[in-house]
Design a protein around this ligand. Structure first.
Ligand code: 4NP
Length: 158
């Protein structure tokens, strides 16, 4: 199973999702060989580490995302990953626009997959530390739910 988390910039939400989901799947499925990665739709921050506010928030909860580096999604991702998980509806629309016509990855919204709720993880980029904490909590809760579904095989990738 290969899972790619996607947001607009790949410096706030998706690196947090990558780090948190990796930690939760290690707890739920110790020693698993799942491939977990993240990427952005935009090119502004390619090569940059995650936003400092995200690094600090994650560290506060015992997760180190400081070594992650921003990259932009590209065509091979739509074939190499089983699941591409988007943070908001604009991400989904953009992914549907840029995906190759014969792409094989399932593209879905994070909170839809985790909780069957058609809702977004809000972009904290223009916000403050409290917004990063909110994102952390939403992503952690969703990651626990998704990891549990994978363990009990309740989730099938189409
Ligand atoms: P993200 O947040 O999509 O959660 O990484 C953003 C980060 C940077 C920008 C937009 C959103 N930006 O416009 O540079």
């Amino acid at each position: 199973m290969a899972i790619l988390f996607v947001c607009l910039g790949n410096i706030c939400r998706s690196p947090l999702a990558e780090g948190i989901f990796r930690a939760e799947t290690q707890k739920a499925l110790p020693g698993n060989s799942m491939r977990i990665d993240s990427a952005g739709l935009g090119r502004w921050h390619i090569g940059d580490p995650p936003d400092d506010r995200g690094i600090v928030t994650a560290r506060h909860h015992g997760i180190d995302i400081s070594a992650l580096r921003c990259r932009q999604i590209w065509k091979d991702d739509f074939f190499e990953f089983d699941l591409i998980i988007a943070m908001d509806h604009a991400n989904i629309d953009r992914l549907e626009t840029v995906r190759p016509a014969n792409s094989t990855a399932q593209i879905d919204l994070f909170l839809k997959l985790a909780h069957n709720r058609d809702e977004a993880i809000p972009d904290p980029y223009m916000g403050g530390m409290e917004d990063f904490e909110t994102v952390f909590q939403m992503v952690q809760t969703a990651s626990k739910a998704l990891a549990a579904k994978l363990v009990t095989q309740q989730m099938t990738v189409q």
